[in-house]
Design a protein around this ligand. Structure first.
Ligand SMILES: N[C@@H](CCC[C@H](N)C(=O)O)C(=O)O
Length: 281
């Protein structure tokens, strides 16, 4: 059967990931884009929106402070994202179920810095997502299927364009990545969120993720949407939003220390062994 490696699958509000345990970094070395694309392929591979390689913080060389455990996150098209909000909850769930940590909080390193993650008694997981920033410029426009909307740039470790729409059907099928102008607003691409307000502290959104297409949820996207919604309504921190996505609901608090706190579910729902001899030639 050749050399095998173990994998798991997990999801957070139906944003799904292949996890690759690689504690000392010797199982997968440097992941490559072709391998990630194959793993995420829903027909020929295992199928997922992204890959999370699980490596000890001291065994990785991507960032200075890798935390106790480092989340090596990849989008399904083989590109790297700085941060993944749903992924980090799934990552923490795996660490806990595998008995790899009992820390409270768990310090998880990402390419957007170390995040503190707490497993709550009610089964949810809370992540300190850090401080948002609003790099601008003013006057950003997002376009999909011939429709255009004004958008705001919110960075929560990765870049988001948040656009308020009248109806979530307005953007149409998000088969292609939404475009934006001016071009320099997002030099490294962006994740696009389309949002409708449901109540004073409740919104519903769709997301097209950079590198993964339209997904059923995006944790960093819900953070960007919560803070953009609060600012649009002239609400000040602390404020809590329920953010609905096609795959569930996340609770986002913009704390008075300016940090965003994300709480939501995460499950591991499959595991297996894979032989490298099964990889396409
Ligand atoms: N699904 C994620 C975001 C993953 C990264 C994103 N596609 C990017 O390239 O920035 C989440 O839950 O935050």
């Amino acid at each position: 059967m050749g050399e095998t490696f173990s994998w798991l699958k997990g999801h957070g509000t139906e944003n799904d990931f292949v996890l690759l345990p690689d504690p000392d970094g010797t199982v997968h070395g440097d992941l490559d884009a072709d391998f990630v694309r194959f793993l995420c392929d829903r027909h020929a591979g295992i199928g997922a929106d992204g890959v999370l390689r699980v490596i000890e913080g001291s065994k990785q060389s991507y960032v200075e402070d890798g935390g106790a455990w480092f989340m090596d996150y990849w989008n399904s098209d083989g590109t790297i994202g700085e941060m993944c909000g749903n992924g980090i909850r799934v990552f923490a769930r795996y660490l806990s179920e595998a008995g790899l940590t009992a820390d409270k909080p768990i310090r998880i390193g990402t390419r957007a810095g170390v995040k503190e993650v707490v497993l709550n008694d009610d089964g949810t997981i809370t992540v300190d997502m850090g401080e948002p920033s609003f790099p601008g410029p003013a006057g950003i426009v997002v376009e999909a299927n011939g429709h255009q909307w004004p958008a705001v740039h919110v960075n929560v470790g990765n870049p988001h364009a948040v656009a308020f729409v009248d109806d979530l059907r307005e953007p149409g099928p998000l088969l292609d990545a939404p475009r934006w102008s001016p071009a320099e607003a997002f030099p490294n691409g962006m994740n696009a969120e389309f949002v409708v307000r449901k109540g004073p502290n409740e919104v519903q959104m769709r997301v097209h993720e950079r590198g993964s297409g339209e997904t059923r949820s995006c944790g960093t996207g819900t953070c960007a949407v919560a803070v953009a919604s609060a600012r649009a309504a002239h609400q000040e921190a602390p404020v809590t939003y329920k953010v609905g996505v096609p795959g569930g609901v996340l609770t986002i608090t913009w704390r008075d220390d300016n940090h965003l706190e994300m709480t939501g579910p995460a499950v591991i729902h499959a595991r297996g062994e894979f032989s490298r001899s099964w990889l396409p030639a």
